[in-house]
Design a protein around this ligand. Sequence first.
Ligand code: DER
Length: 233
Amino acid sequence: MNSDELKQRLGRRAVDDFVRGGMRVGLGTGSTAVWAVRCVGEKLRAGELEHLACVVTSSQTELECEQLGIPIYSLNHTHVGGKLDVTIDGADEIEPSGNLCKGGGGALALEKVVAYNSKRVVILAEERKYVARLGKSFPITVEVLRQARATVTRAVEAMGASASLRMAERKIGPTITDNGNILLDLTFEAAFDAGWLERELNAIPGVVENGLFTGGHYTVYLAKPDGSLRVLE
Ligand code: DER
């Protein structure tokens, strides 16, 4: 199966398995999570999911929901009350301990808030994203206040990272997140403890959030190239 077919299969399976009428549902970001959003849209149109309250994690997902007619709520809406029954999202890398790395889509800050406040988080990825340890082939992304670019760069370099400012495509200048901030992509020569690094990065003034998701309990669906799925709890 090609990559799009695998992502579509993942999205459908997650919605079939975990989304029911009346739930408060977090909708993730990226080229995999979007298939779950599309499946929710189909089921809504078919009248299979009544009284669903969806919360989006990015402007990409917001746009998709608007185009599909999926009503969206703020996490702050009294009906949602900052609590979600389930969130479905993608990831850039997953390690055997269950720690994740996200940020390729630049939506890591709201993704983390939404995941943290969900009873269940379902992560969808192709098997190739299941790696021995995070950060080897994908950078660790940090969302940073624009005014703190130089100071945060200095601080992460002192921690052994090389920092690269993410540049926009089809726009001159840096990528600006949905929150009006910039992104630094960090690579580390040496191995690191993901939980320690997640906390240390967030302790630097000017860092809004980073793309390490550690210590959570995620249901991970991995798609193999032949289309079969592996479930990790
Ligand atoms: O960074 C992100 O927000 C995405 O969720 C990313 O983690 C996965 O994106 P993909 O499904 O397009 O690879």
